[in-house]
Design a protein around this ligand. Structure first.
Ligand SMILES: O=C(CO)COP(=O)(O)O
Length: 249
């Protein structure tokens, strides 16, 4: 099993404002001190440029990107636009977008392809519903989602996969280490089957109610190469201990 440098990404979702950018500056300062861990924050689009200016080199990213380069797509943002404001990464296929915007695997894959082509580190999210898990279909659902969402040119640029069980997002119901281990091993096997040895090198993040008090146990699970953190990434007080837990591994 390859050991990866951990990656901890904050997803601010539709939260934050200009007054809260001091949190990003504080997170960036702590991230510099934490050896051996990569950290990034994805604030809302409106804050990216200002966040980059305050981030002291901490990578800042988007929470979505359109698959087209430009055009008549009201309300959307393109990869060149993200590049122009020095975003370095992007999240695609978050379950909240799959649900609210009815995004399909094919659309997620197209977005990921565009993002990679533009040199953005690209985090492709997958995750099952509570119903899928109750039906014991969770592994089949997630591996099928992954298969449909993975970009064809996965070898270009940096691809990351995030496993976020929908029932664990924003609920405080973190998945157990056993649940996480089962799914991350299945995702790793699917990546290797599809991409060969390259699949070993793709980092797999866990997301869903990651907090300071459960982060260390999550980072200890095999094939957990980091975390995608929602609520607990909004303040340095809550996010920095998670970064430190990743650095300790
Ligand atoms: O969806 C998530 C990150 O993308 C997880 O959110 P929470 O950490 O708030 O559960």
């Amino acid at each position: 099993m390859e050991v990866h440098r951990k990656l901890v990404v904050g997803n601010w979702k539709m939260n934050g404002n200009l007054n809260q950018l001091g949190e990003i500056a504080a997170i960036a300062a702590a991230a510099k001190e934490a050896a051996g861990v990569d950290v990034a924050i994805c604030p809302p689009f409106t804050l990216i440029a200002a966040a980059v200016a305050r981030s002291g080199g901490l990578p800042i990213g988007g929470q979505d990107v359109h698959s087209a380069e430009s055009g008549a797509h009201t309300g959307n943002v393109s990869a060149p636009m993200l590049q122009e404001v020095h975003a370095r990464l992007v999240i695609v296929g978050h379950s909240e977008r799959r649900a609210e915007q009815h995004e399909t695997d094919a659309e997620v894959r197209a977005k990921a392809e565009t993002a990679l082509r533009h040199g953005l580190q690209t985090i492709v999210c997958v995750g099952e519903s509570e119903m899928d898990r109750a039906a014991r279909d969770h592994v089949a659902v997630v591996t099928a989602q992954l298969e449909g969402s993975l970009p064809d040119q996965a070898h270009d640029g940096e691809l990351v996969v995030a496993y976020e069980p929908i029932w664990a997002i924003g609920t405080g119901n973190v998945a157990t280490p056993e649940d996480i281990a089962e799914m991350h091993a299945a995702i790793r096997a699917a990546l290797v089957e599809r991409l060969g040895e390259f699949g070993e090198r793709i980092r797999i993040l866990y997301g869903g109610s990651v907090k300071a008090d459960n982060a260390a146990a999550i980072f200890a699970v095999p094939h957990v190469d980091g975390a995608l953190v929602g609520g607990a990434s909004l303040t340095a007080d809550q996010f920095v201990p998670i970064i430190e837990a990743a650095a300790a591994h």
